[in-house]
Design a protein around this ligand. Sequence first.
Ligand code: MN
Length: 499
Amino acid sequence: MLQEKNYQFWFCTGSQDLYGEECLAHVAEHAKKIVEALNTSGNLPYEVVWKPTLITNELIRRTLNQANMEETCAGVITWMHTFSPAKSWILGLQEYRKPLLHLHTQFNREIPYDAIDMDFMNENQAAHGDREYGHIFSRLGMERKVVMGYWEDKDVQQKIGSWMRTAVGVIESSHVRVMRIADNMRNVAVTEGDKVEAQIQFGWEVDAYPVNEIAEAVEAVSQGDINALVEEYYTKYKILLEGRDEQEFRRHVAVQAGIELGFERFLEEKNYQAVVTHFGDLGSLRQLPGLAIQRLMEKGYGFGAEGDWKTAALVRIMKLMTAGMKEAKGTSFMEDYTYNLVQGKEGILQAHMLEVCPSIADGAIGIKVQPLTMGNREDPARLVFTAKEGAGIAASLIDLGDRFRLLINEVDCKKTEKAMPKLPVATAFWTPRPNLRTGAEAWILAGGAHHTAFSYDISAEQLGDWAAYMGIEAVYIDADTTIRQFKNELLWNSVAYRK
Ligand code: MN
């Protein structure tokens, strides 16, 4: 379901025709070596493709337009090995529409003190060529990523690699389609938003379907398919009966198996990659989708509860940005629930009624069947676990009426001091940076939601870069945040983003 694509990134070196054939041959040779080193480094999630050196306005414009048209191309990496007069780039850049990374590097690492002459200087002048090139972006007011450093260094390659994931998030954003099978929860403000504006800004298509249409798809799932999936659950997860009758428990689990299959088929048939539900609008569904939604999230679907389509789309984007990562720790829809305010042990217990993605689970996952006070349906089956330890990002996308704002909070996930045997839901526990008090105060001042898209595998920089490409405001709450500075930032942003 995740639909990973074999995206490529074009490597375009800038120069001009004043240097002569020999110098340009060296430029091309050096660029090819860099591309090869990047591709064999193991630090890049996608392939880099060398393109002929760009030396004229016409070639620049043609190449960048080809990059626009080529579906497999998710972005362009540019580097001014020599000097490329930046007026040559204006038209091409004005027409270019994909993410762009300006790699500010140099073919040679160390100044060859004994041998250096003007020929060497002319062939290693990114220090001045890249400044000319960078200027025109600033003049045009264009978003781009600048990465400076030596191309053989691992940290530089990793920076390029993480930017590639951001670029894929940008390209894939316009392919995200969210199915609303219920409206926003009545009277709730923060999960609302302007869907037309979201499509203009992010490319997201957000459509509503009557809940009973998807309920019919659930009813249509065969008993054989349900039984097979229940068997899979029983093999994969620990069955936590907690005094319930075994047969009755299995029947409740089977309802979720039917929902998982019915939902998945309905979403696939209609080409949606994210979904929202609402406990108050379940139609003929027998249980609130719990275990079923948890499994769909693990497969790569975005999800938001109570009609929260913004978080659903954001979870989907974050799933795509982290696709195929080695040692990924997981990405999930999440909700701020309860505080621990004991000094030195402060944190926020994260959960939802049911719907937390098992990709973030640490260790064994169990199934429980428990009553739900909300929703007026059968006791739903759900997966229960606790989340991994480690740093992560909690993000909230809100609609301020005149613009979207993305809050990005760095958090540290921990184990709770004790187990919580009576709590029948999956949980995480984290302390926001810089600490609970400042983190929560800043979050509330910025208007952040109780729902978040959470990931261990994405950095604040990546998500902030994604927001910058989308042209929206992003605010960071991290180790450097102070309330005084943060309030000023919100004030300045309100002016900067005024339409
Ligand atoms: Mn909620």
